[in-house]
Design a protein around this ligand. Structure first.
Ligand SMILES: [Zn+2]
Length: 71
């Protein structure tokens, strides 16, 4: 999946973004997915659709948020 919107994070930068708490928090507060800007984001700032499409490396970065290791 490529970037849909210039305000969203480029897929190539997703892991970097997941490692920056302020970026994840901003997505959660705005309820806009980091990748596609859809609502209904989870603790990692990702919507259901994007969460389901993460590769292993991306999932490991997101999991810290989803499992509450980071908040
Ligand atoms: Zn999304």
């Amino acid at each position: 999946m490529r970037r849909f919107n210039s305000r969203a994070v480029d897929r190539a930068d997703l892991i970097k973004s997941l490692q920056k708490p302020e970026i994840v928090r901003r997505a959660r507060i705005a309820d806009q997915c980091l990748l596609c800007l859809c609502g209904g984001v989870n603790a990692a700032g990702l919507c259901e659709g994007c969460s389901a499409n993460l590769n292993l490396e991306e999932w490991q970065a997101a999991r810290e948020w989803i499992e509450g290791v980071r908040w």
